[in-house]
Design a protein around this ligand. Structure first.
Ligand code: PEP
Length: 250
């Protein structure tokens, strides 16, 4: 059975003190479950401290991004090994904000995916269409291109364990959540694509999260869909009670 995973993407929120406070609140409120794993993705400056605070818990630690290169003249960048050195286990790659605001291409995301995997970091590989792409009937082509190019040259054994996050761009931070049917349709499409590109085994074992305005009130119905294996949460993960409620409702 696939593991359900709920990850909280803090984005550019919380200084060090605020991060410590939020982690402590989450630790206090969360009743850990075998069937649902929680992951938090604070900012880079809080990762080291977060890793210390999370030690002895089952809560995973993720970065929100990383560089595709190992070291050198890449001002402002953070490498996979640096993330590993502070206890990170996961890294969010291809988030729509990285694609649209920072101009990340499928090619760059593919290089980051390869580097993360080679460095033993588990990628949370984000894909999703804009409203315009959905309305013009291009949605499946867009998703397929992101998957094929993002995973280009990655073998089945290397991909195994990677988490995929389907995040329709029009639902991120907008309060406009995809209906369970809309999300399920795309999740089934992605799983089928993984089957075509790799194997039934890989497709069936891959956790595919939904992301986009997930809240405690809509989490159960979304995550209850056959091919939805958890959530990538933005806004609602910044308060311990709503993040923990989403995990409880998953
Ligand atoms: C996200 O940024 O990955 C996200 C899903 O944000 P929100 O939950 O706020 O829509």
């Amino acid at each position: 059975m696939r593991q359900k995973i709920v990850a909280g993407n803090w984005k550019m929120n919380n200084d060090l003190n605020e991060s410590v406070a939020l982690i402590n609140q989450i630790k206090e409120a969360l009743v850990e479950r075998e069937d649902v794993k929680a992951i938090i993705a604070p900012t880079f400056i809080a990762l080291d401290k977060a890793s210390q605070l999370l030690s002895g818990t089952n809560i995973g630690l993720s970065a929100q991004n990383m560089c595709s290169e190992d070291s050198g003249a890449f001002t402002g960048a953070i490498s996979a090994n640096m993330l590993k050195s502070v206890g990170c286990e996961y890294v969010i790659l291809g988030h729509s904000e990285r694609r649209t605001i920072f101009g990340e291409t499928d090619k760059l995301i593919n290089a980051k995916m390869k580097k993360a995997i080679a460095s033993n970091l588990t990628p949370i590989f984000c894909i999703g269409e804009t409203l315009e792409e959905r309305e013009s009937g291009e949605m499946k082509n867009v998703i397929e291109k992101q998957v094929r190019e993002g995973l280009d040259g990655i073998s089945e054994s290397d991909l195994s364990g990677t988490i995929v996050a389907y995040e329709p761009v029009w639902a991120i931070g907008t309060g406009k959540v995809a209906t369970p049917d809309q999300a399920q349709e795309v999740h089934a499409f992605i799983r089928n694509l993984l089957k075509e590109m790799y194997s039934e085994e890989l497709a069936e074992n891959t956790t595919i999260q939904y992301g986009g305005s997930v809240k405690p009130e809509n989490a159960a119905e979304l995550i209850g869909q056959k091919d939805i294996d958890g959530a990538l949460v933005g806004g609602a993960c910044l308060k311990a009670d709503s993040f923990v409620a989403i995990i409880k409702n998953a």
